[in-house]
Design a protein around this ligand. Structure first.
Ligand SMILES: Nc1ncnc2c1ncn2[C@@H]1O[C@H](COP(=O)(O)OP(=O)(O)OP(=O)(O)O)[C@@H](O)[C@H]1O
Length: 594
């Protein structure tokens, strides 16, 4: 039943597609209408064709129209001419159908590309702070499974629209030939919609549920992959696996319900249609004095209309089965748009002087400040180590310095320019970030370091220089396929120390000027630790390095050490200075818990 809300809802979907396709959408609908008209005309021509071939005088109106039309183009009404006219109409229809399908393929690609690119771009500028509390399962699912479902929804929506256009054309042609009979059938069709609207509602409801469950499922799956090593080693993978399986069962439940709705629709459709058509024929015979023969053409046209109506309903129900994805993606897009990071427009060409924090404070939650009144100066090519107990605010401070979170108050200035005025993309080109568990991509050594740069003499040269600076060159040379050797998923085949060196090499390849590094807390063997220390020492004076330090060996060679305690700078200075003035630092050194 088409009420106001249904209309608004349907218009809502139309709007969604219109946002991406604009007027192109109408071209598609227009082509469908023309196709319907041509098909209807072609079919209508069969009656005069049969009548002419049997030599029967026509009592059907269309024949008169045809007669007039042929007269108009000065062609005689003959079997041969009608036959050729039918041939021309259907050939034209064939050409148009080809154009329509090709155009639709183009539209679909255009739509999907626009949808994917738009969301990827929005995701790239998504605020880190908002991301850190977002549901990653939902993000992942929206980009993969849900986008595919939208692809399905798109096809089904347009097929429904196409069939709808055909239904309208056939119904109008049928009404033109026998209006009472056609209206009777239409009335029956409307009644049929009452039954179907209930099933549509169910389908939409289960579609939404299915989307929600897919988010949960993807979230769990991602965690099972990311924490594979831990889950396996602790045997918790079985319990975790059971949780995933439970989600699969719930997903299956909704899939089954969607399938049943489809089955009910398919099963009911034909018997209902037969009842309607027969009902209309009997009513017509009962109340009209005209012979049944006069409704024959109308019956053929209505039969076509009903066939397309059935196809439309089928596609519409499929569409509704996927419609949850459209609501989800609209919601997802809104969330991404509302949480974009803000960037200035002054291009950061190079780091020349110093980074300053003046009275900077920050809190994740209201009334629980994590950083309080931070004053800090980091000069070019200095090595600054941040130390402090767990939860003191070291990572938060580093995230502020690297520009991925913004202070609530105070000033953050780079080379005399407030950070908020700087263009973040150009700033990040000059900064490198080595996280505690360094990131390794499931690809070759070369691609891991060069980040998929085209391989040529210049990039290879740069690659080996970066590898040398990060002291990973001799290891690469010892690998079976050298720089083309594949590193496993998240570097599963290499040690923690090697991962870190690959990560450093990647940042150095980028021609970074400021290096942020969250030192690995996990114990490295003393040989690797020594090697990493030597690497860092060899970079001293060439790069500005800000390191969250967990090791004495690192802080010893730092130019400045910042001691954080409860979100404040307790003291700062060189190792020797702090040993004489900072109680907190002395305590940390005593317990070696940097
Ligand atoms: N996304 C977040 N939302 C809310 N609170 C957070 C968030 N991230 C960190 N915190 C809180 O902020 C405080 C400082 O955390 P931070 O990670 O900066 O400390 P840290 O010194 O780096 O600790 P660790 O050495 O354990 O990594 C902690 O109390 C932590 O619980």
């Amino acid at each position: 039943m088409i009420n106001k809300q249904t209309f608004k809802k349907n218009f809502f979907y139309f709007n969604f597609f219109y946002d991406y396709l604009g007027l192109r959408l109408f071209i598609d609908v227009f082509l469908s209408i023309i196709l319907g008209l041509l098909d209807g005309l072609g079919i209508a021509m069969f009656i005069p064709l049969i009548q002419l071939s049997l030599g029967i005088e026509s009592g059907v109106e269309v024949n008169n129209y045809l007669d007039r039309f042929l007269n108009f183009i000065s062609i005689e009404l003959s079997l041969k001419n009608v036959f050729f006219l039918i041939l021309i109409i259907f050939s034209l229809k064939g050409i148009l159908r080809f154009m329509e399908i090709t155009y639709r393929v183009y539209l679909q690609q255009f739509f999907m590309r626009k949808l994917r690119f738009e969301h990827l771009d929005l995701f790239n500028t998504y605020d880190y702070q908002k991301f850190s509390v977002a549901d990653t399962g939902r993000i992942q699912n929206s980009f993969t499974g849900e986008i595919n479902r939208i692809n399905g929804a798109y096809k089904q929506y347009f097929k429904s629209l196409h069939y709808f256009a055909l239904v309208v054309v056939y119904v109008l042609l049928a009404i033109r030939t026998a209006w009472i009979f056609s209206l009777l059938v239409l009335l029956g069709g409307l009644l049929m919609n009452f039954v179907f609207s209930y099933i549509y509602k169910r389908t939409k409801y289960f579609s939404k549920k299915y989307t929600q469950e897919s988010h949960h499922f993807q979230g769990l799956l991602m965690q099972a992959i990311n924490h594979f090593q831990y889950l396996k080693a602790t045997g918790l993978n079985r319990t975790f696996g059971k949780r995933i399986k439970d989600r699969v069962k719930i997903l299956e439940k909704y899939q089954k319900k969607l399938g049943i709705s489809e089955a009910i629709l398919s099963g009911l459709r034909e018997p209902l249609i037969i009842i309607i058509v027969f009902g209309a024929i009997f009513t017509f015979i009962h109340f009209s004095e005209r012979p049944v023969a006069t409704i024959m053409l109308s019956l053929i046209l209505l039969y076509r209309a009903i066939t397309f109506f059935m196809a439309m309903q089928e596609q519409w129900n499929f569409f509704l089965g996927n419609s949850g994805s459209i609501s989800n993606i609209i919601h997802f897009r809104k969330e991404l748009k509302n949480n974009q990071e803000s960037s200035g427009d002054i291009v950061f060409k190079s780091f020349d002087d110093k980074i300053e924090l003046k009275a900077v404070s920050f809190s994740y939650e209201k009334k629980r400040p994590v950083l309080k009144d931070i004053d800090l100066v980091i000069s070019k090519n200095e090595i600054v180590a941040i130390v402090g107990e767990s939860g003191a605010g070291k990572t938060t401070l580093m995230n502020i310095l690297s520009g991925i979170i913004t202070p609530d108050s105070g000033r953050f200035i780079v080379d005399g320019e407030p950070m908020k005025n700087l263009d973040l993309i150009s700033f990040r080109k000059k900064t490198g970030y080595i996280v505690q568990d360094p990131v390794i991509f499931n690809d070759s050594v070369f691609n891991n370091i060069s980040f998929w740069k085209e391989k040529n003499n210049a990039s290879l040269d740069r690659f080996w220089k970066a590898a040398e600076k990060a002291a990973i060159d001799s290891y690469i040379k010892s690998l079976p396929y050298k720089e083309e050797t594949l590193l496993g998923y998240n570097g599963i085949n290499i040690s923690g120390g090697q991962k870190q060196r690959f990560s450093i090499a990647r940042e150095l390849f980028k021609e970074t000027e400021i290096l942020f590094m969250d030192e690995a807390t996990s114990s490295l063997d003393s040989e690797t630790e020594n090697e990493i220390q030597n690497n860092l020492i060899s970079l001293k004076g060439k790069y500005t390095m800000i390191i969250i330090a967990h090791r004495l060996s690192t802080v010893k060679f730092a130019d400045k050490i910042i001691v954080l305690k409860d979100g404040r700078i307790e003291s700062s200075g060189t190792y020797a200075e702090l040993m004489s003035k900072s109680k907190e630092f002395q305590r940390m050194v005593r317990y070696q818990s940097l």
